[in-house]
Design a protein around this ligand. Structure first.
Ligand code: BT5
Length: 264
């Protein structure tokens, strides 16, 4: 097996959040490549203060510490590397399941009907630069993949019914979490290399575009200062979503995107 930077894999039976853990490690100067995997999170984080749900021992809950030497405008491509590596890994454990799954910009893996299989949370801490002298600032990227939970829709709490799906439901059988993790880290190794060059980043953006079901879809984009609707037409070379509104073309750097209906 080729050498990988992700060899320091720290496993937790229970922890509040693997992202919180690695951000603290980053502040203390931990190098790129540290991985935290939890059987259970007591305070799993989503974006914007939301929570990530998973019962103990069923799903993949993993975070990676990256230190890409790129500008802040491109750092969200770290999320793209993780989304693509997760798709690669699903393709290794079950190629036909992978064909059912796409990326919903910017941070979800969804199956054909739009139910969410996985969510990704990237968190930066630019203040910790000084603590880790000489190292590029950290980006901690965590992904929760619904591997074996829910086994059926009956397992879901009412608020996730119709919104969440597991790999087990798509495959039709339980899935080995460790095999998935192993394939994921192998693929991530080859993907993060692309963060370091202009061509690599363009390749990531292109591949994101080819696997992104948001493109061609009527979307509502919720921003901190309001929302607008349009048709998602593409991904910019630095990974942002391009939305045509009729009067104009807008590039969305960050925001919540709701798929309103299939493309026009
Ligand atoms: C996300 O946020 O989708 C990012 C989730 C990242 C979780 C990983 S687990 C390892 C690492 N450590 C952490 O502490 N976090 C990361 P967002 O787009 O805000 O979506 C959150 C929303 O998804 C919630 O408000 C629910 O509506 C829904 N949700 C929660 N748990 C879910 C699940 N297991 N499957 C599908 N949807 C879920």
């Amino acid at each position: 097996m080729p050498k990988t930077r992700f060899v320091d894999v720290r496993r937790f039976e229970s922890i509040d959040s693997t992202n919180r853990y690695l951000l603290d490690e980053a502040r203390a100067g931990a190098p790129e490549g540290v991985v935290a995997v939890a059987d259970h999170q007591t305070a799993g984080r989503g974006r914007l203060g939301r929570t990530w749900e998973a019962p103990p021992g069923a799903n993949l809950l993993v975070s990676m510490l990256l230190r890409p030497a790129i500008g802040s405008g491109e750092r969200h491509l770290a999320t793209t590397t993780v989304a693509l590596a997760a798709l690669d890994a699903i393709g290794v454990v079950d190629p036909s399941a992978a064909r059912e799954i796409s990326i919903k910009w910017p941070n979800d893996l969804v199956e054909r009907s739009g139910r969410k299989l996985a969510g990704i949370l990237a968190e930066s801490d630019l203040v910790s630069v000084g603590a880790a002298e000489g190292l590029p600032p950290p980006v901690v990227v965590g992904i929760g993949i619904n591997v074996n939970w829910p086994a059926t829709d009956a397992d879901l709490p009412p608020e996730l019914l119709g919104l969440a799906v597991s790999l087990r439901q798509i495959v039709g059988d339980p899935v080995d979490r460790d095999a998935l993790l192993h394939a994921f880290l192998r693929s991530l190794e080859s993907r993060v290399v692309d963060l370091d060059s202009l061509e690599g980043r363009a390749r990531l953006a292109e591949e994101l575009a080819s696997r992104c079901s948001t493109i061609g879809t009527r979307v509502r984009v919720d921003l901190s200062d309001g929302s607008f609707e349009g048709t998602a037409t593409g991904i910019s070379p630095d990974g942002h979503l391009v939305v045509a509104t009729g009067e104009a073309t807008r590039t969305v750097v960050a925001g919540d995107v709701v798929h309103v209906r299939p493309g026009l």
